[in-house]
Ligand binder design. Structure first.
Ligand code: NAD
Length: 695
């Protein structure tokens, strides 16, 4: 099979990139493009050329199978310069997607036509690099500095229609892309249009102030990431140097980023998210059909889950305890949908039709007899939940999937409340459920494979990342999080302030620090969890008595405008509070503890060691299928910094021997909490890392 074909239609050469599944720019395609353009230049019968992609898209980007290997000629920047240097007009005809190197090929062409819905983008920063084949030099020439920087530092794609408005697509195709491209070519030939290379345009001039402003903004928003700032460096080079020199500078920056930890973390995240859907037990298993769903409970989670479902085109019957609660749930969902309209994600008419046709909020279970899948999201209480499942067993049709959104409770026990445990599964959504990407799919002992397959299909339909988890207290995420919490609470007992802990972890890259999270979730949640677990507590467990004291003060976090922080100036950030520190000090004094200092480095080391150690148990016990699944959970559900790849990739980067020796060091003063996980010890003894367990 040829990867790039050359054919003549009338007096136009049609160069087709045909490298399924995504027409990636592997070596054979790069050579094929080079040869095709050379053939076109030599072909007296061809007056213009169209480059087009076979199948469902133009060119998806670089060939990921070449990542990490030494580059082989011809190199992409040279191929693109070769296209740009053609002596006759070259048109890129874009449908589906043109991403990264794919879009850079299109920018090397002289003219661009696209379908209005095509996705065009330069997402390199999301993989820890920058466009490395002229993107940083050509895009600003076409759309101006601000628009180009926005596109390249966010990595977010735009539609063909938006690209035309921005100025890097010349024509929109109305129907058949190839036919429209040929018509466009004929028009250019008739007009005697020149081969107009993007680099013939001047690079936009830039004020020093504008560039300084961008740098300041990116330093803030990129939060420790180097790639967005390197994009800016490459663009600055464009303002100062000739195209050739700036292109060389872009290449230098690009290559300098290939071997960085951030690049490795972001690449790991990318591959981990692809691996997570590989679940051997459901290979080849058909999911059950889902169109009508039920949600039990319309509180924080139930209303969010129902919103996610109706937004994905499913019918939802939401069951509440009484009319007032049902109405409140409907109101919340309507408000969620209104904000989707505001953000341009939903039309007003669609919102209205969802509310009238696709959503029922009711009291009583009878309305669930038609449901194909029901998600229970009532109070976190085993008696309440088993009662609900007994009821569902009674009313739901045979084959309906019965799911629980429990955060911690035993899904096996919940399943046993029914006569059909094979149909029961955990679907652990994260708050806000219509926003957060993560869905832990908790497979219980008796769960049937096609129920698991249905859960993964549902995750996909909802645009979420489904991760398989086994049954245990807290599954993957909350179980590991609880050790992280314990580690930070111990540090506060021993002398760190909650504010120093938050600052250290936010500087590390977390979206929020643990005490900011407490304030957001409500201190009552943590309090209830501690109460629930109190009966099983070990005498040597150290309880965060300061957190209980805050709870008893009625300082529950953002909802009471006072938690670890005070929220009295309207800002959601809050400010530190001396009264909280007084309570912390008192708690330490009551326990006869002499506070000591903690550096930011020690705070991070202790937090990460606690997470990694618990994650090693989770992997060893098969609660997570593979280490990279743990990483996906923390990246998509807990605001772990993506450029660090997730806790277990980070552990590999630091070195498992370092993590283990930290744990042994910490154990010298607390050998109750700090007990090395057997898997961690074994990996270190064998000189292996977590990555060696990914499959
Ligand atoms: P919530 O208190 O906000 O909502 C619970 C709702 O269930 C209430 O509206 C209540 O009226 C209703 N309800 C109670 N018993 C019912 C019954 N028998 N029939 C119908 N409705 C009933 O609680 P929440 O935060 O939405 O949590 C619900 C579940 O989701 C819990 O199991 C919780 O652990 C889990 N969860 C919560 C979060 C979170 O961040 N809040 C995240 C993941 C999972």
């Amino acid at each position: 099979m040829t990867d790039v074909t050359y054919a003549i239609t009338g007096d136009v050469a049609v160069i087709t990139v045909d490298n399924p599944p995504v027409n990636a720019l592997g070596q054979v395609v790069r050579q094929g493009l080079w040869d095709a353009i050379t053939q076109f230049d030599d072909d007296a019968n061809a007056k213009a050329a169209v480059i087009i992609g076979a199948g469902r898209l133009f060119i998806g980007g670089a060939d990921i199978t070449e990542f990490g290997k030494p580059p082989v000629a011809p190199f992409l920047p040279d191929v693109i310069n070769r296209i740009a240097a053609s002596t006759k007009p070259v048109i890129a005809a874009i449908h589906g997607t043109a991403m990264g190197g794919g879009l850079e090929v299109a920018l090397g062409a002289h003219y661009r036509i696209a379908t209005p819905t095509a996705k065009l983008g330069l997402p390199e920063v999301t993989l820890g690099v920058i466009p490395g084949a002229g993107g940083t030099q050509r895009m600003p020439r076409l759309v101006g500095l601000d628009a180009a920087l926005t596109l390249m530092t966010s990595g977010k794609p735009v539609s063909g229609a938006q690209a035309q408005e921005m100025g890097f697509v010349d024509e929109l195709s109305s129907q058949d892309l190839l036919a429209d491209a040929l018509t466009y070519a004929a028009r250019l030939i008739a007009d005697g249009a020149a081969p107009r290379a993007v680099t013939d345009l001047p690079f936009p001039g830039a004020d020093a102030d504008v560039l300084a402003d961008w740098r300041q903004r990116l330093t803030k928003t990129a939060k420790g990431q180097v790639a967005p700032l390197a994009v800016l460096d490459a663009v600055v080079a464009g303002t100062e140097m000739s195209f050739d020199k700036a292109l060389a500078e872009e290449r230098r920056l690009f290559l300098s980023m290939l071997d960085t930890p951030q690049r490795s973390g972001l690449m790991h995240a990318f591959f981990a998210e692809r691996a997570v859907a590989k679940v051997p037990e459901i290979k080849g298993v058909a999911p059950r059909d889902i169109s009508h769903t039920g949600v039990i409970g319309g509180g924080t989670m139930g209303a969010g889950i129902a919103t996610a479902m109706v937004l994905a085109g499913l019918h939802v019957t939401l069951v509440e305890r009484d009319d007032a609660s049902a109405n409140r749930a409907r109101h919340t969902i309507a408000r969620n949908l209104a904000s989707a309209v505001k953000r341009g994600k939903l039309s007003e008419s669609k919102r209205a039709s969802i509310l009238s046709d696709a959503l029922a909020t009711v009291v009583g279970y009878d309305a669930l007899s038609k449901a194909d899948l029901v998600v229970e999201a009532v109070f976190e209480n085993m008696e309440v939940k088993t009662e609900v499942f007994r009821e569902l067993d009674h009313v739901c049709k045979p084959g309906a999937v019965l799911a629980t959104n429990t955060s911690y409770l035993d899904v096996n026990q919940i399943a046993q409340a029914t006569q059909r445990p094979g149909d029961v599964i955990g679907l652990h959504f994260f708050s806000p459920a219509h926003v957060m990407k993560l869905l832990e799919i908790v497979v219980a002992d008796a769960t049937a494979p096609d129920v698991t397959a249905t859960a993964f299909a549902l995750a996909k339909k909802l645009g979420k990342i489904g991760v398989r988890a086994g049954v245990c207290d807290g599954f993957i995420g909350n179980r590991i999080l609880s050790q992280y919490r314990t580690a930070v609470d111990h540090m506060v007992l021993d002398g760190a302030s909650p504010y120093a802990v938050d600052r250290a972890l936010v500087d590390f890259g977390f979206a929020m620090g643990p005490y900011q999270v407490s304030d957001l979730a409500g201190l009552d949640i943590g309090y209830m969890t501690r109460q629930r677990k109190a009966a099983d507590a070990h005498p040597r467990d150290r309880s965060p008595v300061f957190a209980d004291a805050l709870y008893h003060e009625g300082w529950l976090g953002q909802k009471t405008k006072h938690g670890y922080y005070i929220y009295d100036d309207g800002s959601p950030k809050g400010r530190p509070d001396d009264a909280v520190m007084a309570i912390v000090d008192k708690s330490r004094a009551n326990l006869n503890l002499t506070p000591r200092d903690f550096t930011a480095d020690e705070i991070v080391r202790r937090t990460m060691a606690a997470m990694v150690n618990e994650a090693a148990h989770v992997v060893q016990q098969g609660i997570a299928q593979r280490p990279s699944d743990v990483d996906v959970v923390f990246l998509s559900g807990y605001g772990f910094p993506r450029f660090r790849g997730g806790p277990l990739h980070y552990a590999d980067t630091v070195g498992l021997d370092t993590i283990l020796s930290d744990i042994r060091e910490f154990a010298k003063t607390d050998d109750h909490f700090w007990i090395p996980a057997p898997l961690l010890e074994r990996l270190v003894a064998d000189g292996r890392n977590f990555s060696s367990l990914n499959r």
